[in-house]
Design a protein. Structure first.
Length: 334
Protein backbone atom coordinates (compact mmCIF):
# COMPACT_ATOMS: atom_id res chain seq x y z
CA UNK A 1 0.00 0.00 0.00
CA UNK A 2 2.82 2.41 0.83
CA UNK A 3 4.09 2.10 -2.73
CA UNK A 4 0.74 2.97 -4.25
CA UNK A 5 1.51 6.60 -3.54
CA UNK A 6 4.49 6.47 -5.89
CA UNK A 7 2.20 6.30 -8.89
CA UNK A 8 0.53 9.50 -7.84
CA UNK A 9 3.60 11.68 -7.38
CA UNK A 10 3.46 12.85 -10.96
CA UNK A 11 0.84 15.48 -10.46
CA UNK A 12 3.65 17.99 -10.00
CA UNK A 13 3.58 18.01 -13.80
CA UNK A 14 0.29 19.85 -13.73
CA UNK A 15 1.89 22.98 -15.08
CA UNK A 16 2.55 26.52 -14.01
CA UNK A 17 0.07 28.24 -11.77
CA UNK A 18 -1.71 31.49 -12.49
CA UNK A 19 -3.61 32.46 -9.35
CA UNK A 20 -7.23 33.35 -9.97
CA UNK A 21 -8.12 37.04 -9.91
CA UNK A 22 -11.14 36.37 -7.70
CA UNK A 23 -10.73 36.08 -3.90
CA UNK A 24 -9.52 32.64 -2.88
CA UNK A 25 -12.06 30.44 -1.15
CA UNK A 26 -10.66 28.29 1.65
CA UNK A 27 -11.48 24.59 1.62
CA UNK A 28 -10.34 21.54 3.59
CA UNK A 29 -8.81 18.61 1.69
CA UNK A 30 -8.46 15.37 3.66
CA UNK A 31 -5.81 13.06 2.26
CA UNK A 32 -5.35 9.39 3.07
CA UNK A 33 -1.67 8.51 3.21
CA UNK A 34 -0.33 5.65 5.39
CA UNK A 35 2.76 7.77 6.04
CA UNK A 36 0.77 10.85 6.96
CA UNK A 37 2.18 14.27 6.14
CA UNK A 38 5.54 12.69 5.24
CA UNK A 39 4.12 10.44 2.55
CA UNK A 40 4.28 10.70 -1.23
CA UNK A 41 0.53 10.82 -1.61
CA UNK A 42 0.28 13.82 0.71
CA UNK A 43 3.04 15.47 -1.31
CA UNK A 44 1.00 14.86 -4.44
CA UNK A 45 -2.00 16.52 -2.81
CA UNK A 46 0.18 19.58 -2.19
CA UNK A 47 0.90 19.77 -5.93
CA UNK A 48 -2.80 19.47 -6.67
CA UNK A 49 -3.63 22.19 -4.13
CA UNK A 50 -1.14 24.51 -5.82
CA UNK A 51 -2.87 23.94 -9.15
CA UNK A 52 -6.28 24.58 -7.55
CA UNK A 53 -5.21 28.15 -6.77
CA UNK A 54 -5.84 28.82 -10.47
CA UNK A 55 -9.46 27.90 -9.94
CA UNK A 56 -9.87 30.15 -6.91
CA UNK A 57 -9.52 27.58 -4.12
CA UNK A 58 -7.04 27.59 -1.26
CA UNK A 59 -6.91 24.05 0.15
CA UNK A 60 -5.89 23.33 3.72
CA UNK A 61 -4.52 19.77 3.67
CA UNK A 62 -5.17 17.32 6.48
CA UNK A 63 -3.23 14.02 6.45
CA UNK A 64 -4.82 10.74 7.56
CA UNK A 65 -3.05 7.46 8.15
CA UNK A 66 -6.38 5.65 8.60
CA UNK A 67 -8.55 5.60 5.48
CA UNK A 68 -11.72 4.81 7.40
CA UNK A 69 -11.33 7.89 9.60
CA UNK A 70 -10.75 10.05 6.51
CA UNK A 71 -13.93 8.61 5.01
CA UNK A 72 -15.96 9.20 8.16
CA UNK A 73 -14.71 12.78 8.52
CA UNK A 74 -15.67 13.49 4.92
CA UNK A 75 -19.16 12.12 5.55
CA UNK A 76 -19.38 14.35 8.63
CA UNK A 77 -18.51 17.43 6.50
CA UNK A 78 -15.21 17.96 8.29
CA UNK A 79 -13.60 17.76 4.84
CA UNK A 80 -14.71 19.49 1.66
CA UNK A 81 -12.66 17.05 -0.44
CA UNK A 82 -11.07 13.68 0.23
CA UNK A 83 -8.66 11.37 -1.58
CA UNK A 84 -9.46 7.67 -1.16
CA UNK A 85 -8.94 4.32 -2.81
CA UNK A 86 -11.69 3.36 -5.23
CA UNK A 87 -13.15 0.75 -2.89
CA UNK A 88 -13.49 3.28 -0.06
CA UNK A 89 -15.09 5.78 -2.43
CA UNK A 90 -17.93 3.37 -3.32
CA UNK A 91 -20.53 4.92 -0.93
CA UNK A 92 -20.20 8.26 -2.68
CA UNK A 93 -20.64 7.29 -6.32
CA UNK A 94 -21.67 3.85 -7.54
CA UNK A 95 -20.91 4.73 -11.16
CA UNK A 96 -17.30 5.81 -10.55
CA UNK A 97 -16.59 3.06 -8.03
CA UNK A 98 -17.56 0.48 -10.66
CA UNK A 99 -14.26 1.35 -12.37
CA UNK A 100 -12.81 -1.29 -10.03
CA UNK A 101 -15.32 -3.96 -11.07
CA UNK A 102 -13.61 -7.34 -10.98
CA UNK A 103 -12.36 -8.53 -14.35
CA UNK A 104 -13.73 -5.45 -16.11
CA UNK A 105 -10.42 -3.82 -17.13
CA UNK A 106 -8.09 -6.39 -18.72
CA UNK A 107 -5.44 -3.97 -19.97
CA UNK A 108 -3.75 -0.64 -19.39
CA UNK A 109 -5.14 0.69 -22.66
CA UNK A 110 -8.73 0.11 -21.53
CA UNK A 111 -8.00 1.98 -18.29
CA UNK A 112 -6.36 4.82 -20.20
CA UNK A 113 -9.33 5.22 -22.54
CA UNK A 114 -11.73 5.12 -19.61
CA UNK A 115 -9.95 7.78 -17.55
CA UNK A 116 -9.87 10.18 -20.49
CA UNK A 117 -13.49 9.43 -21.32
CA UNK A 118 -14.56 10.18 -17.75
CA UNK A 119 -12.65 13.48 -17.84
CA UNK A 120 -14.86 14.67 -20.70
CA UNK A 121 -17.62 17.17 -19.88
CA UNK A 122 -20.06 14.71 -21.47
CA UNK A 123 -19.44 12.31 -18.57
CA UNK A 124 -19.89 14.97 -15.90
CA UNK A 125 -23.45 14.00 -15.03
CA UNK A 126 -22.33 10.48 -14.10
CA UNK A 127 -19.64 11.77 -11.76
CA UNK A 128 -22.24 13.37 -9.51
CA UNK A 129 -24.37 11.42 -7.05
CA UNK A 130 -26.45 13.51 -4.69
CA UNK A 131 -24.13 16.14 -3.27
CA UNK A 132 -21.00 14.07 -3.96
CA UNK A 133 -18.85 14.54 -7.05
CA UNK A 134 -15.85 12.50 -8.18
CA UNK A 135 -13.41 15.19 -9.29
CA UNK A 136 -10.70 12.90 -10.60
CA UNK A 137 -9.61 9.29 -11.06
CA UNK A 138 -5.97 8.18 -10.96
CA UNK A 139 -4.75 4.69 -11.94
CA UNK A 140 -2.72 2.61 -9.51
CA UNK A 141 -2.24 -0.50 -11.65
CA UNK A 142 -3.72 -3.97 -12.16
CA UNK A 143 -4.41 -6.12 -9.12
CA UNK A 144 -2.66 -9.50 -9.18
CA UNK A 145 -2.80 -12.61 -7.02
CA UNK A 146 0.36 -13.12 -4.96
CA UNK A 147 0.91 -16.76 -3.95
CA UNK A 148 3.04 -18.41 -1.33
CA UNK A 149 2.82 -21.57 -3.45
CA UNK A 150 3.02 -20.97 -7.21
CA UNK A 151 1.46 -24.37 -7.95
CA UNK A 152 -1.88 -22.91 -6.83
CA UNK A 153 -2.58 -21.42 -10.23
CA UNK A 154 -6.16 -22.41 -11.08
CA UNK A 155 -9.64 -21.54 -9.85
CA UNK A 156 -10.13 -25.02 -8.44
CA UNK A 157 -6.92 -24.88 -6.45
CA UNK A 158 -8.02 -21.70 -4.66
CA UNK A 159 -10.63 -23.73 -2.79
CA UNK A 160 -9.85 -23.87 0.90
CA UNK A 161 -6.93 -21.47 0.67
CA UNK A 162 -6.66 -18.66 3.21
CA UNK A 163 -6.99 -15.38 1.31
CA UNK A 164 -6.32 -11.92 2.77
CA UNK A 165 -9.58 -10.14 1.93
CA UNK A 166 -10.32 -6.43 2.31
CA UNK A 167 -13.09 -6.61 4.87
CA UNK A 168 -15.05 -3.53 3.72
CA UNK A 169 -15.11 -4.52 0.04
CA UNK A 170 -18.14 -6.66 -0.80
CA UNK A 171 -16.95 -7.64 -4.34
CA UNK A 172 -13.69 -9.01 -2.91
CA UNK A 173 -15.52 -11.08 -0.32
CA UNK A 174 -17.94 -12.35 -2.94
CA UNK A 175 -15.12 -13.45 -5.23
CA UNK A 176 -13.28 -15.29 -2.45
CA UNK A 177 -16.47 -17.13 -1.51
CA UNK A 178 -17.10 -17.93 -5.17
CA UNK A 179 -13.79 -19.77 -5.52
CA UNK A 180 -14.26 -21.53 -2.19
CA UNK A 181 -11.48 -19.65 -0.46
CA UNK A 182 -11.32 -18.90 3.25
CA UNK A 183 -11.76 -15.19 3.98
CA UNK A 184 -9.18 -13.73 6.34
CA UNK A 185 -10.43 -10.20 7.12
CA UNK A 186 -7.70 -7.67 6.30
CA UNK A 187 -7.13 -4.07 5.33
CA UNK A 188 -4.59 -2.10 3.34
CA UNK A 189 -2.36 -1.73 6.39
CA UNK A 190 -2.08 -5.37 7.48
CA UNK A 191 -2.66 -7.66 4.49
CA UNK A 192 1.02 -7.75 3.55
CA UNK A 193 2.10 -8.70 7.06
CA UNK A 194 -0.35 -11.60 7.08
CA UNK A 195 0.95 -12.76 3.71
CA UNK A 196 4.60 -12.43 4.65
CA UNK A 197 4.28 -14.28 7.97
CA UNK A 198 2.26 -17.13 6.49
CA UNK A 199 -1.09 -16.30 8.11
CA UNK A 200 -2.64 -16.40 4.63
CA UNK A 201 -1.82 -18.38 1.49
CA UNK A 202 -2.89 -15.75 -1.03
CA UNK A 203 -3.03 -11.95 -1.17
CA UNK A 204 -4.01 -9.55 -3.93
CA UNK A 205 -2.29 -6.26 -4.67
CA UNK A 206 -0.93 -4.11 -7.50
CA UNK A 207 2.65 -4.67 -8.64
CA UNK A 208 3.77 -1.43 -7.08
CA UNK A 209 3.20 -2.93 -3.61
CA UNK A 210 5.84 -5.61 -4.22
CA UNK A 211 8.98 -3.80 -3.03
CA UNK A 212 7.86 -1.49 -0.21
CA UNK A 213 5.59 -4.09 1.37
CA UNK A 214 8.31 -6.75 0.90
CA UNK A 215 5.91 -9.28 -0.61
CA UNK A 216 8.94 -11.26 -1.79
CA UNK A 217 9.29 -12.38 1.84
CA UNK A 218 5.92 -14.08 1.64
CA UNK A 219 6.65 -15.66 -1.73
CA UNK A 220 10.11 -16.91 -0.84
CA UNK A 221 11.41 -19.48 -3.32
CA UNK A 222 8.10 -21.27 -3.93
CA UNK A 223 5.71 -18.38 -4.47
CA UNK A 224 4.57 -16.50 -7.53
CA UNK A 225 2.39 -13.81 -9.06
CA UNK A 226 -0.35 -14.78 -11.49
CA UNK A 227 -0.17 -12.52 -14.54
CA UNK A 228 -3.88 -11.83 -14.79
CA UNK A 229 -5.76 -8.60 -14.04
CA UNK A 230 -8.32 -9.29 -11.32
CA UNK A 231 -9.28 -5.61 -11.36
CA UNK A 232 -7.64 -2.22 -11.82
CA UNK A 233 -6.89 -0.26 -8.66
CA UNK A 234 -7.55 3.47 -8.64
CA UNK A 235 -7.63 6.50 -6.34
CA UNK A 236 -10.57 8.89 -6.46
CA UNK A 237 -10.88 12.52 -5.44
CA UNK A 238 -14.36 13.04 -4.01
CA UNK A 239 -15.83 16.43 -3.07
CA UNK A 240 -18.97 17.90 -1.55
CA UNK A 241 -20.33 19.45 -4.73
CA UNK A 242 -22.02 22.40 -3.02
CA UNK A 243 -18.65 23.59 -1.72
CA UNK A 244 -17.33 24.26 -5.24
CA UNK A 245 -18.45 26.11 -8.34
CA UNK A 246 -19.89 24.42 -11.41
CA UNK A 247 -16.58 24.43 -13.28
CA UNK A 248 -14.48 22.82 -10.57
CA UNK A 249 -15.29 19.16 -11.31
CA UNK A 250 -14.48 19.37 -15.01
CA UNK A 251 -11.30 21.37 -14.38
CA UNK A 252 -10.13 18.88 -11.78
CA UNK A 253 -10.88 15.75 -13.80
CA UNK A 254 -9.21 17.15 -16.90
CA UNK A 255 -6.11 18.15 -14.93
CA UNK A 256 -5.75 14.77 -13.24
CA UNK A 257 -6.34 12.84 -16.47
CA UNK A 258 -3.60 14.88 -18.18
CA UNK A 259 -1.05 13.24 -15.85
CA UNK A 260 -2.09 9.71 -16.87
CA UNK A 261 0.83 8.86 -19.16
CA UNK A 262 3.47 9.72 -16.58
CA UNK A 263 1.64 7.74 -13.90
CA UNK A 264 1.43 4.79 -16.30
CA UNK A 265 5.21 4.89 -16.75
CA UNK A 266 5.66 4.38 -13.02
CA UNK A 267 3.19 1.49 -13.01
CA UNK A 268 5.16 -0.17 -15.82
CA UNK A 269 8.42 0.36 -13.94
CA UNK A 270 7.05 -1.21 -10.77
CA UNK A 271 5.73 -4.18 -12.74
CA UNK A 272 9.20 -4.76 -14.18
CA UNK A 273 10.63 -4.69 -10.64
CA UNK A 274 9.00 -8.07 -9.96
CA UNK A 275 11.59 -10.69 -10.96
CA UNK A 276 10.65 -12.78 -13.96
CA UNK A 277 10.99 -15.98 -11.91
CA UNK A 278 7.89 -15.05 -9.93
CA UNK A 279 5.49 -14.52 -12.81
CA UNK A 280 3.02 -17.35 -13.39
CA UNK A 281 1.70 -17.43 -16.95
CA UNK A 282 -1.75 -18.98 -17.32
CA UNK A 283 -2.75 -21.35 -20.10
CA UNK A 284 -5.32 -19.84 -22.49
CA UNK A 285 -7.93 -22.28 -21.16
CA UNK A 286 -7.33 -21.06 -17.62
CA UNK A 287 -7.50 -17.43 -18.74
CA UNK A 288 -10.91 -18.11 -20.24
CA UNK A 289 -11.97 -19.88 -17.05
CA UNK A 290 -10.92 -16.87 -14.97
CA UNK A 291 -12.72 -14.48 -17.31
CA UNK A 292 -15.96 -16.48 -17.14
CA UNK A 293 -15.76 -16.72 -13.36
CA UNK A 294 -15.20 -12.99 -12.95
CA UNK A 295 -17.99 -12.18 -15.41
CA UNK A 296 -20.46 -14.32 -13.47
CA UNK A 297 -19.58 -12.59 -10.21
CA UNK A 298 -19.57 -9.16 -11.87
CA UNK A 299 -23.05 -9.62 -13.34
CA UNK A 300 -24.40 -10.97 -10.06
CA UNK A 301 -23.12 -7.85 -8.30
CA UNK A 302 -24.75 -5.73 -10.98
CA UNK A 303 -28.10 -7.40 -10.37
CA UNK A 304 -27.71 -6.82 -6.63
CA UNK A 305 -27.04 -3.13 -7.16
CA UNK A 306 -23.39 -3.15 -6.12
CA UNK A 307 -22.11 -2.28 -9.60
CA UNK A 308 -23.55 0.42 -11.84
CA UNK A 309 -24.96 -1.07 -15.08
CA UNK A 310 -24.02 1.93 -17.23
CA UNK A 311 -20.37 1.76 -16.21
CA UNK A 312 -20.31 -1.98 -16.88
CA UNK A 313 -21.71 -1.33 -20.35
CA UNK A 314 -19.06 1.32 -21.02
CA UNK A 315 -16.32 -1.04 -19.89
CA UNK A 316 -17.63 -3.85 -22.10
CA UNK A 317 -17.64 -1.51 -25.11
CA UNK A 318 -14.06 -0.48 -24.38
CA UNK A 319 -13.00 -4.13 -24.09
CA UNK A 320 -14.77 -4.99 -27.32
CA UNK A 321 -13.19 -2.07 -29.13
CA UNK A 322 -9.86 -3.62 -28.19
CA UNK A 323 -10.84 -7.25 -28.80
CA UNK A 324 -13.98 -7.42 -31.00
CA UNK A 325 -13.74 -11.19 -31.53
CA UNK A 326 -14.07 -12.01 -27.84
CA UNK A 327 -17.14 -14.04 -26.90
CA UNK A 328 -18.74 -11.29 -24.80
CA UNK A 329 -18.56 -8.96 -27.79
CA UNK A 330 -20.04 -11.35 -30.30
CA UNK A 331 -22.77 -12.56 -27.94
CA UNK A 332 -23.23 -9.26 -26.07
CA UNK A 333 -23.13 -10.98 -22.71
CA UNK A 334 -23.30 -7.75 -20.67
Amino acid sequence: MKAMMLTLGLLGLLGSVVVSAKPLEKRTFCVFDPLGANGSLFSTAKDYATKALEWGYDFHLRPYTDEKIATDDFKAHQCDAVLLTGARARPFNKFASTVEAIGAIPSESVMRNLVHMLASPKAAKYMVEGNYEVAGIMPAGPIYLFLRDRSVDSVEEMSGKRIATIDYDEPSKRLVRHVGGSIVPSNSANFSGKFNNGSVDVAYAPALAYKPLELYKGMGEDGGVIRFNLAYLDFQLVVHKDRFDDQFGNQSRKTIAAAYDKVAEFIQRDTKDIPQKYWVELDPADVEKYNLMLRDVRLALREEGVYHPTMLTILRKLRCRENPTHAECVEKLE
